[in-house]
Design a protein around this ligand. Structure first.
Ligand code: DAT
Length: 167
């Protein structure tokens, strides 16, 4: 049976603007913003923090069936899934994948402002330059549902979702 509303993944390297866009889109549509990072932290679906990078080591076995613990995700839809990877979500649940992209200078400034340095900063910068998340999304989902969007200016984040409606 078709879903009433689409499920939308917003993905990209940390700092590209997933939270910012997901919040704007949730406001415009009334869809529910599900931040996987938040779920991992709140529910303890991790194996502690990586000493070197300070990032949560996600326990994917625990987290993977969890977002849809919420059965409406698969049936009625209307979820905005915000996560810096998209391999958690089976293709059949997903209608649109937005991969946010950002130029290096802007991303560097955002990540350093967030306190990223050393290996963590380097790895994330490399990941964006090598378009790792875009390639992952293209591998995991049908090409026609994967959209690449710039997220450098406030206009990029706000303008695009103003007046955006589904259905
Ligand atoms: P993410 O959730 O991908 O880690 P974020 O939404 O927390 O990223 O954004 C990181 C920082 O960059 C935050 O201070 C907001 C800012 N930002 C993100 N997208 C932006 C945009 N398109 N224009 C201006 N600032 C933006």
């Amino acid at each position: 049976m078709a879903r009433e509303n689409p499920n939308i993944i917003i993905t990209g390297t940390p700092g590209v603007g997933k939270t910012t866009h997901a919040e704007q889109l949730a406001r415009a549509t009334g869809f529910k913003h599900l931040s996987v990072n938040q779920i991992v932290k709140d529910e303890g679906f991790h194996e502690g923090k990586d000493e070197e990078t300070g990032s949560w080591i996600v326990d994917e076995d625990k987290v993977s069936p969890r977002p849809p613990r919420n059965p409406p995700l698969a049936s009625s839809g209307g979820y905005i899934l915000d996560w810096h990877a998209c391999d958690l979500f089976p293709e059949r649940w997903i209608d649109l994948v937005i991969v946010l992209r950002c130029d290096s200078t802007t991303l560097y400034d955002r990540l350093t402002a967030r306190g990223y340095k050393g290996k963590k900063l380097e790895e994330n910068m490399d990941s964006e330059i090598m378009q790792v998340l875009l390639d992952e999304a293209r591998e995991a989902y049908k090409e026609e549902i994967v959209v690449e969007l710039r997220s450098e200016t406030t206009e990029d984040a706000e303008g695009i979702w103003r007046g955006w409606r589904c259905g």
